[in-house]
Design a protein around this ligand. Structure first.
Ligand code: MN
Length: 195
């Protein structure tokens, strides 16, 4: 059984960049739904294995991918934010960013622009591609589409409307720009150190 992660900061800690009400709904309702539905799907998969009845397997695997990816990406997203105390990529991560994107500014520009044009609901992800020993910025439609298998998400931004609409309405670029104030690079650095 998956358990919800605890937020590493109080619900109001990201104000004014990410409102308490938005975070409360996002964490307590939306994220909880993904955790509950992943657990429900795992339970149904267990029953299917026990009965050796896989007549519903396509739907179950689809649900596992959708809800499970939703859990993982939301946890990465919540954990790669923090109070607006300036942090930055450490030397190792910065060197890799410069190697793969040319400069930190070029990386930030690509991430920002890629976030703006995520089709409908989805995510923008800075990921380590183990197969390539390289960082890439990826768009992900919904939670599970357009992924590269084996990638390791390092920095994640939720571009679903529920993540910003209450506070930013149609001003998606403002939301993305505000996000940069609340990235916790210490967490991203640690993720990168563990690749
Ligand atoms: Mn979300």
């Amino acid at each position: 059984m998956l358990k919800m992660i605890e937020l590493p900061y109080p619900l109001n800690a990201l104000e004014p960049y990410y409102s308490m009400q938005t975070l409360e709904l996002h964490y307590q309702i939306l994220y909880k739904g993904y955790v509950d539905n992943t657990n429900k799907t795992e339970e149904e998969l267990k029953k299917a294995r026990e009965k050796n009845d896989f007549s519903n397997i396509k739907c179950l695997e689809k649900n596992l991918s959708f809800f499970g990816s939703g859990v993982i990406l939301h946890e990465l997203f919540f954990e790669n934010m923090g109070p607006a105390i300036p942090t930055e990529p450490n030397v190792e991560l910065m060197q890799q960013i410069i190697k793969d994107f040319g400069s930190y500014t070029a990386f930030k520009n690509q991430f920002t622009e890629a976030s703006k044009v995520v089709e409908a609901s989805g995510w923008c992800i800075l990921a380590w591609i183990p197969k390539w020993n390289k960082l890439e910025i990826l768009q992900c439609e919904k939670h599970q589409n357009l992924t590269l298998w084996g990638c390791k998400p390092l920095l994640v931004l939720d571009m679903w409307e529920h993540s910003y609409y209450l506070q930013y309405q149609t001003k998606r670029p403002d939301y993305i720009s505000a996000f940069w104030n609340i990235v916790n690079w210490n967490v991203v650095n640690n993720r990168f150190a563990k690749i």
